[in-house]
Write a protein that binds this ligand. Structure first.
Ligand code: F6R
Length: 253
């Protein structure tokens, strides 16, 4: 299985993930535009902070990175405080000065155009490295259980559990969007050269088990990453707590 597993604290994971992304960016920058896949949610917030710190220390200009966000809610204006555009502006783009054309999001009216745009604008390596979280349903991006195993960017109906989890940001269930446009599992498998997936907390223990040890299938979209060529999974001990020792022996701390 082409998955490296690291168990550490969330703070260490943010530093490790940031070093991997900034290291990749530094290697590519002298030659071409680095392409970075971007997740939102709570999990990667410290990683964006550590990326900015690492890039500042190493003199790496993150404003020259093109970011490809995984998903965006449908029904929110781009300037809505809970849109993923706003999230990225707050945690990365405005802080490093990313130009508008390097802030890539799926087209809410034409989902399939996103994969064509990735294919057109990136080199043969596609998106060089990208960050993923995992939802309690086992979703990656907003590719929920039952999604097309090889699907491209699509309009996703959010699972009830996913909508329920978003109540902490939106305040009440009726304010949580019912749909989002999301890269599909096929987009990630086809266009992402390297995946960094992070999961923290006991609430992620079941989907993490499903991703790494359960059967591979679209009942747990993250399990389909076991068919990807290069995945690094960073977990804290609670998120790793349902994995068997055999798998954990492979772990570096
Ligand atoms: C968001 C995204 C989602 C989140 C997942 C975990 O862009 O792609 O798959 O990564 O829902 O969210 P948090 O990190 O808030 O637990």
């Amino acid at each position: 299985m082409p998955i490296s597993l690291i168990v550490c604290t969330p703070e260490q994971a943010a530093v490790v993930a940031a070093e991997l992304v900034v290291g990749t960016v530094a290697r590519i920058l002298p030659h071409r535009t680095p392409e970075v896949g971007a997740a939102t949610g709570n999990t990667p917030i410290p990683t964006y902070r550590e990326m900015i710190a690492a890039a500042t220390r190493q003199g790496v200009d993150l404003s020259r990175v093109r970011t490809w966000n995984l998903d965006e809610y449908r029904g929110l204006s781009p300037g809505h405080p809970l849109s993923y555009r706003t999230y990225m502006a707050t945690h990365l783009h405005d802080r490093v000065g990313t130009p508008p054309e390097f802030r890539c999001f799926p087209d809410l009216d034409d989902p399939a155009a996103y994969d064509l745009r990735i294919a057109r604008d990136t080199t043969a390596s596609g998106i060089d490295i990208g960050l993923l979280g995992i939802g309690r349903t086992g979703h990656i991006g907003f590719a929920e259980p039952g999604c097309d195993e090889d699907g491209g960017t699509f309009l996703s109906e959010l699972h009830q559990t996913t909508r329920q989890d978003a109540v902490r940001e939106f305040g009440s269930l009726d304010l949580v969007p019912t749909h989002a446009v999301s890269m599909g599992v096929g987009t990630i498998r086809k266009y992402w050269s390297r995946v960094i997936l992070m999961a923290f907390g006991l609430g992620k223990a079941d989907p993490v088990w499903g991703m790494l040890q359960g059967p591979i299938g679209n009942h747990c979209p993250a399990s389909l990453l076991r068919r990807h060529r290069d995945v690094t999974v960073l977990l804290d001990p609670p998120a790793a707590s349902k994995l068997t020792m055999k798998l954990l022996q492979a772990t570096q701390c």
